[in-house]
Design a protein around this ligand. Structure first.
Ligand code: NAD
Length: 266
């Protein structure tokens, strides 16, 4: 058990759409519970957040759900307060919540300012807020770890997809400042996934359309498949636990080697 008696809070940990299909946050929450952690599941989606908690409890684990919007400071503070009341301590924060709502597939000239600011407020400031209000409790608990879910998009940008990579690059810097400012009590690292198969992005496509779509994306990956949520959760568990005791301020890219490959052939 790598997280026995540790208290962990995971944001964006609702079980994904379509009858609870996988999301990265829910998989992390479920994996951490199976390693002995008491898990605080945070999300704006109540029904699907409770579904993650139910899954954990059915497997004999301990978890509670807190409905909170990461862009609302009072709700973030309340979530930390409830965690303290319920478990007294906090040893690990995993920031995972992100919004893809609005017209984010645009260049910066075309992106409405309100969409830019809203995405920034959830996807970047949400990480800042949870870290800001969780760190004092982690320190009081004797120290611990923070794992921020970033993206390979922090390093390599797609055309007409401007705000998302900006938030992810900033998350990498945010993590480094946390790592330096709160060492040695807290280690902070980021995980930067490439394409991960989740229920949310499949949307309303039919099964055949989904398989075609995933198959097409898989071709551009050196491993000829896309990543599973479990493969991300394994790396997050490594960074959250003592197995990674000398890794601090690091960004681990988990994209099967895609970012280092070039489509150009000689
Ligand atoms: N799936 C991928 O291919 C991929 C690749 C790289 C990085 N990521 C990152 O992984 C993380 C998890 O995403 P996912 O792919 O599992 O998607 P997802 O949409 O299934 O999960 C995101 C979760 O965040 C929650 N959320 C959104 N806005 C919120 C808010 N204001 N307050 C609280 N919760 C909120 C959603 O309800 C959802 O449960 C994100 O940070 C995402 O950027 C995903």
């Amino acid at each position: 058990m790598k997280l026995q008696n540790k208290v962990v809070l995971v944001t964006g940990a609702a079980s994904g759409y379509k009858n609870g299909g996988p999301s990265i946050g829910s998989e992390i929450a479920i994996k951490f519970a199976s390693e002995g952690a008491k898990v605080v599941v945070v999300d704006i989606l109540e029904k699907m957040g409770k579904r993650t908690v139910d899954t954990i409890r059915k497997k004999g684990g301990t978890a509670i759900f807190i409905k909170a919007d990461v862009s609302n400071t009072d709700e973030v503070k309340d979530a930390i307060e409830i965690t303290k009341k319920e478990f007294d301590k906090l040893h690990c924060l995993v920031n995972c919540a992100a919004s893809y709502k609005g017209d984010i597939f645009k260049n910066i000239v075309e992106t409405p300012e309100e969409d830019w600011n809203r995405i920034l407020d959830v996807n970047l400031n949400g990480y800042f807020r949870f870290a800001k209000y969780a760190i004092p409790l982690i320190l009081k608990s004797g120290g611990g770890t923070i794992v921020n879910i970033s993206s390979s998009a922090a390093f390599k940008v797609l055309k007409n997809f401007s705000i998302y990579p900006v938030t992810k690059a900033a998350i990498n810097s945010l993590t480094r400042t946390i790592a330096i400012d709160f060492s040695p009590e807290i280690r902070a690292n980021t995980v930067c996934p490439g394409f991960v198969r989740i229920a949310n992005s499949e949307g309303d496509r039919s099964s055949a359309e989904i398989e075609q779509w995933i198959g097409d994306i898989s071709k551009s990956y050196p491993l000829k498949r896309v990543c599973t949520v479990e493969e991300i959760a394994n790396v997050v568990l490594f960074l959250a636990s003592d197995d990674s005791s000398y890794i601090n301020g690091e960004c681990i890219i988990v994209d099967g080697g895609r970012i280092i490959s070039d489509t150009h052939e000689f």
